[in-house]
Write a protein that binds this ligand. Structure first.
Ligand SMILES: Cc1cc2nc3c(=O)[nH]c(=O)nc-3n(C[C@H](O)[C@H](O)[C@H](O)COP(=O)(O)OP(=O)(O)OC[C@H]3O[C@@H](n4cnc5c(N)ncnc54)[C@H](O)[C@@H]3O)c2cc1C
Length: 485
């Protein structure tokens, strides 16, 4: 599916904003390739396969290939690429693990993709302070493997095995955020290579600071548009003494969501609570060979002491029963828990199988928890009128849910229908004081929605920050908002 830049420009015109030109690929001079090859040798690739891998993400949009890919090994390598690209006015697109969902990695103006996967070391673990400093290419699973013997863990868990750099750059969260927060709360400091090649260190290992503007928060969620993150200091947590999990089916989505709202409102420190609708359950059963009842379902996980976990679980079971929950089923053995959560984590790929050959347009709205039931129920009614399969999953403890609208990428009318549904879902969320994206970020696809959510003045303030840090628009250009002076 091609991105409709014309549409984005029309929106900006409607809000009386300057209209930028359609992104065009910038020239990629042969001298730059020669210079990159001389600096990095075999670690530069211009092969079609490598470029194709780096010019796409998990979104349904057509790939747009970078001109070259460089595999960086340290901050100095990144500085060298940035300096060379700066010399020739060529864009730079940081690449983590390619799991983003909104066209973040598409090289809309060409340029050099900096692959950070070889920068995957743990630099220091400070167990007493509960912090760790890592390179950006380490994945969340690799990090937790490295932490295994320390008694600590890093909880943020988007379904994909994303890189910590990519997760920082998209301000990711996932199933554990209801208890442990998002990347916003868990990144303490960063090392960043700026567009002009300077290196800055934001934050310290201290738990808090009032020292000036919060540059860490500025770069967390900046989607590669302000600089390349080369080191990250994170908070860690003690591995819980006891963990238990459960599933519970409900007669309707509204009942399930109301059970979650009550659980949150009375302050149960639940570690995970995920909603999966009946269509998504059908896909999970087929994909993971399970026999869950095909009904709106909640997946729970509880962390704490043995006694604490038991108390939380009993309370939640009671709340579920009061909201017509049935078949509350426990999984206390580690293998049963992992089976259940692996099934939940594979939901995205399971759902794609509902319509073979399809791609998913994944919505990502997040609303205040008090409006969640209303938002989900209205959305469910709206989706009933659509011919497209639209399974729903959600991190409902945060008020965040995803409708996976399954489209045939070769049928433009299906993409149009998906966009119509997505737009109505976003407008509903904004009306309820929510956001167009709880965790996936803006990329290319939500640029219009960003304007609707924040208005042109706030987006202009963001643009001014971009202009001052990256005046030649070299860092992942064409993402989040259009470049207009
Ligand atoms: C099945 C599935 C489930 C998912 N579930 C969730 C979920 O529950 N929660 C959630 O938040 N997301 C989810 N996602 C989306 C995705 O996993 C996240 O957006 C993730 O944070 C992307 O990380 P990545 O390493 O793959 O980054 P990439 O896709 O490689 O990059 C994402 C963006 O970050 C930039 N970037 C990457 N590394 C750096 C760096 N070092 N410095 C500066 N910029 C950088 C890139 O330029 C790009 O703009 C899911 C995706 C899939 C496919």
């Amino acid at each position: 599916m091609a991105i409709n830049h014309q549409n984005i420009r029309q929106q900006e015109t409607q809000v009386n904003h300057p209209v930028p030109p359609t992104p065009v690929r910038r020239p990629f001079p042969a001298e730059l390739l020669t210079a990159l090859k001389s600096a990095f040798g075999e670690r530069v690739s211009t092969s079609d396969a490598v470029r194709a891998h780096h010019g796409r993400d998990e979104s349904p949009f057509d790939p747009q290939l970078p001109d070259a890919v460089v595999f960086a090994r340290n901050t100095e390598d990144v500085q060298t690429v940035v300096a060379l690209c700066g010399q020739y006015d060529v864009p730079i697109i940081p690449y983590g693990n390619g799991s983003s969902l909104e066209g973040h990695l598409l090289a809309v103006q060409g340029g050099v993709s900096i692959d950070l996967s070889e920068m995957n070391r743990v630099l220091s673990i400070n167990a007493e302070d509960l912090t760790v400093t890592v390179e950006p290419g380490i994945s969340r699973k690799q990090l937790n493997e490295a932490l295994r013997d320390t008694g600590l863990f890093f909880p943020i868990d988007p379904g994909a095995d994303a890189s910590i750099g990519g997760m920082s750059a998209t301000r990711a969260s996932g199933t554990n955020a209801v208890r442990y927060g998002t990347m916003r709360e868990n990144v303490l400091g960063l090392t960043v290579v700026l567009a002009d090649g300077r290196v800055i260190h934001t934050g310290t290992r201290a738990r808090k600071s009032s020292a000036g503007y919060d540059l860490t928060r500025l770069f967390v969620g900046s989607e590669g548009t302000l600089g390349v993150i080369t080191e990250i200091t994170l908070r860690l947590y003690p591995q819980p003494e006891a963990v238990s999990a459960a599933v519970c089916a409900f007669p309707s989505m509204g009942d399930a969501v109301r059970a979650v709202i009550e659980t949150i409102q009375i302050g149960v420190p639940i570690a995970r609570v995920e909603f999966v609708d009946s269509l998504a359950i059908r896909s999970i059963n087929r994909h993971s060979n399970l026999t869950l009842r095909e009904a709106p379902t909640l997946f729970f996980e509880f962390h704490g002491t043995e006694a604490g976990v038991k108390e939380q679980a009993e309370l939640v079971q009671e709340i579920a029963a009061q909201n017509s929950g049935e078949d509350f089923e426990w999984a206390t053995r580690p293998e049963d828990r992992s089976r259940l959560w692996n099934a939940r984590h594979s939901a995205y790929f399971a759902m794609l199988q509902l319509k073979p050959g399809s791609r998913a347009v994944s919505t990502d709205v997040c609303v205040p928890i008090s409006r969640l039931a209303e938002c989900v129920v209205e959305t469910e009614a709206d989706l009933k009128g659509s011919p497209l399969p639209c399974p729903i999953v959600g991190h409902v403890g945060d008020g965040n849910f995803h409708v996976c609208i399954l489209i045939d990428p070769n049928k433009p009318e299906e993409m149009e229908e998906a966009e119509r549904l997505n737009h109505r879902i976003v407008q509903r969320a904004l009306r309820m004081d929510g956001t167009c994206t709880g965790e996936h970020g803006v990329g290319l696809h939500k640029m219009n929605f960003l304007l609707e959510e924040h208005g042109p003045v706030a987006v202009d303030v963001m643009r001014s920050i971009k202009h001052s840090l990256d005046p030649r628009n070299l860092m992942n250009p064409g993402k989040i908002f259009t470049w207009a002076a």
